[in-house]
Design a binder for this molecule. Sequence first.
Ligand code: CP
Length: 314
Amino acid sequence: MTEQLDTTGRLRHLTTLEGLPRDVLVRLLDRAQQLQEQGNAGASMRGVLAGKAICTLFFEPSTRTRSSFQLAAMRLGADVLNFDASASSTTKGETAIDTLKNIEAMGVRGFVVRHQADGAVAALAQDANVGTALVNAGDGRKSHPTQGLLDMLTLRQAKGDDFAAIKVLIVGDVRHSRVARSDLQALRTLGARNIRICGPDALLPDDATLQGCQVTADLDAALDGVDAVMMLRLQRERMQEGLISSIDDYHRDYGLTAERLRRAARDAVVLHPGPMNRGVEIDDAVADGAQSLILRQVSNGVAVRMAVLEELLG
Ligand code: CP
């Protein structure tokens, strides 16, 4: 695998949070916090990436990730090229690497890539020219590193930076979730020791993903006293695969309702990466309630992505 860090410890690519040193992770979170505060104070950062071109190369749909990377790049002064796979020559059979190489030949040096295959972005990074930087915007079920970072920034703002003191619960389809994998990697690196996982057996991974976590299928028990609840999207295609019996059963057993949330700590916060299935894994009263940080996560996504692009290309 292409190394993510250069010999000085700076990022060359960001493909995964797995194995990313704590100091790099904290540096990105600190910088994102700083950029957010500077932005709120009206400072312009448009000089940081002026004259540089970034391409969002998405082979899967996205609302939050793609838009926030675009905004982040624009706020840093970069030229932004939005590649639409459905209207591109990939529909004629052109490969992802040929696509990247052709756009690279136009002078683009930063690529934000989402792809349906596990490991696709790291594979593309291996074939990119020296000096070209790739960011993984979600690959298969493997990794979504900037979502992991923005979730950590959101938790840190709400609960402080002593992750060892935070009880975190992740609920839902962990097995197919790149968000859950990146969150777990980041939580462990930052020192979280009390991580609970809740979901039906069929939606939990059977590999090392959950090592060190307390795992249960009982959501009421799992919620007891937690400081943060991270809900995951139920991927409805899992019903067709027969991994869950029905949406109603899923909501009954794993849906976060206002009543259930009362089992958590009084000041517990609720996160969800989006897109939400309202009335399935999360009720409106929770999603839009006082404990919800869901839109805060989205705001933090812009700052985190600015910090990542600045580190890679600034
Ligand atoms: N959280 C997330 O990745 O959302 P999008 O699929 O809309 O980018």
